[in-house]
Design a protein around this ligand. Structure first.
Ligand code: ADP
Ligand code: MG
Length: 291
C-alpha cells in the first residue's frame, strides 16, 4: 500500500528553489533515508511531506490515519524543559480523558523500558538526564502513540559516536517490532546504509539518485553520489565537513550538479530532467550515456 505519493514537488524561496521536481512514493513499512549535504533541502522535504510547509507546488498525498510522529536533531530543544519525563512521554495519552493515571504510568514505564531507559526516570526533568537519554525519551514519546509514520530529522547528529550507534540500533529494533514507516534524514551515509532499505540522494533540492540503499551505496552511478561517497571514504569526514574540491563553473545545462560535475561533457547541455533506470529499484537523474 502506498503511504506517501509525491509528484513534481517544488518549493521556491524568493530567488531559488529549495526543492525542485521531487517525485517518489513510499510504501507502508518502508525505511527510507534522505541523504545530502547541509542545505540540500532535506528538512524542507520533510516539512512538505508532513504538511507543516504548505507553500509548495506539486502534489503530496498521504494515506495515513494517525498523526505523524517526529524525532528531531536536538533533543534538548525538542523536549519541554518544564515538563517531567512522564508528562512528555504521556502527552498523547493524557489528551484522552478516559484513561486512568495508573494505566498511563504503567504504559509510560513500559515504553521507557522499551527504549532502553530505566523507568525510575519517569519523574525527572529533561535537564537531569543525558543527551542520549533525552533522545530516547523523544523516541518513547513518539512510539507510545503506535505511529504509522515516524520521521527522524538528523536524530543522531548532535550525539557522540557511541551514543549515535545505540540510537541507530534502537530505531532499527523498534522499526522491526512496531513496523512503522520510517523516514530517516541524515548527512551521514554510513548510518543511512545501516538503517534504511531505500534512499534518496538530494543535491541542491533535486533528486540525483534514488532506490535500493544497498545498490546505491555499493555501486553509486550518478557523479554526485560517487563523489559524495568517495569523499567520505577517503577522508572519513561527514559530508557536511567535506569540501568537494572542484571549482564551480557556469554551465548552460539544466542539471543541478553540472556546475561541479567532474564528468560534464557537451552531451549535458541537452539534459532535460531525464530519469534513467540503472537496474531494478535504482534510478538516476543524469543524461550521460556512458556512466
Ligand atoms: P537541509 O535540511 O538539507 O540542511 P533545508 O531544507 O533546511 O536543508 O534548506 C534548504 C535550503 O533552503 C537552504 O539553502 C536553506 O537556507 C533554505 N531555506 C530553508 N528554509 C527557508 C526559508 N524559510 N526561507 C528561505 N530559505 C530557506
Ligand atoms: Mg535539515
Amino acid at each position: 500500500m502506498k503511504m506517501i505519493e509525491i509528484k513534481n514537488l517544488s518549493v521556491k524561496y524568493k530567488n531559488f528553489y529549495a526543492l525542485r521536481n521531487i517525485s517518489f512514493d513510499i510504501e507502508a513499512g518502508d525505511i527510507v533515508g534522505i541523504a545530502g549535504q547541509s542545505g540540500s533541502g532535506k528538512t524542507t522535504l520533510l516539512k512538505a511531506i508532513s504538511q507543516i510547509e504548505k507553500g509548495y507546488d506539486g502534489e503530496v498525498k498521504l494515506n495515513i490515519k494517525k498523526p505523524i510522529q517526529f524525532v528531531f536533531q536536538d533533543p534538548s530543544s525538542s523536549l519541554d524543559p518544564r515538563m517531567r519525563i512522564y508528562e512528555i512521554v504521556a502527552e498523547s495519552l493524557l489528551i484522552k480523558k478516559t484513561i486512568k493515571r495508573d494505566e498511563v504510568i504503567d504504559e509510560v514505564k513500559e515504553t521507557l523500558n522499551r527504549v532502553g531507559l530505566n523507568s525510575d526516570l519517569i519523574f525527572k526533568y529533561p535537564f537531569e538526564i543525558s543527551g542520549g537519554q533525552k533522545q530516547r525519551v523523544a523516541i518513547a514519546r513518539a512510539i507510545i502513540t503506535k505511529p504509522e509514520l515516524l520521521i527522524c530529522d538528523e536524530p543522531i547528529s548532535s550525539l557522540d559516536i557511541s551514543i549515535s550507534a545505540q540510537i541507530l540500533n534502537l530505531l532499527k529494533d523498534l522499526s522491526d517490532e512496531y513496523k512503522f514507516t520510517l523516514i530517516f534524514v541524515s548527512h551521514d551515509i554510513s548510518s543511512i546504509y545501516y538503517l534504511t532499505k531505500k534512499v534518496i540522494i538530494l543535491y541542491r533540492g533535486e533528486m540525483m539518485e534514488w532506490g535500493d540503499t544497498q545498490k546505491i551505496i555499493n555501486r553509486p552511478v550518478h557523479p554526485y553520489t560517487k563523489l559524495l561517497i568517495s569523499s567520505i571514504l577517503s577522508t572519513e569526514k561527514k559530508p557536511d565537513e567535506t569540501e568537494i574540491e572542484i571549482n564551480e563553473r557556469e554551465t548552460s545545462s539544466k542539471c543541478a550538479f553540472s556546475s561541479l560535475c567532474p564528468f560534464i561533457t557537451d552531451e549535458c547541455i541537452n539534459f532535460n530532467e531525464e530519469i534513467k533506470m540503472v537496474e531494478d529499484d535504482h534510478y538516476i537523474r543524469c543524461i550521460k550515456s556512458n556512466l
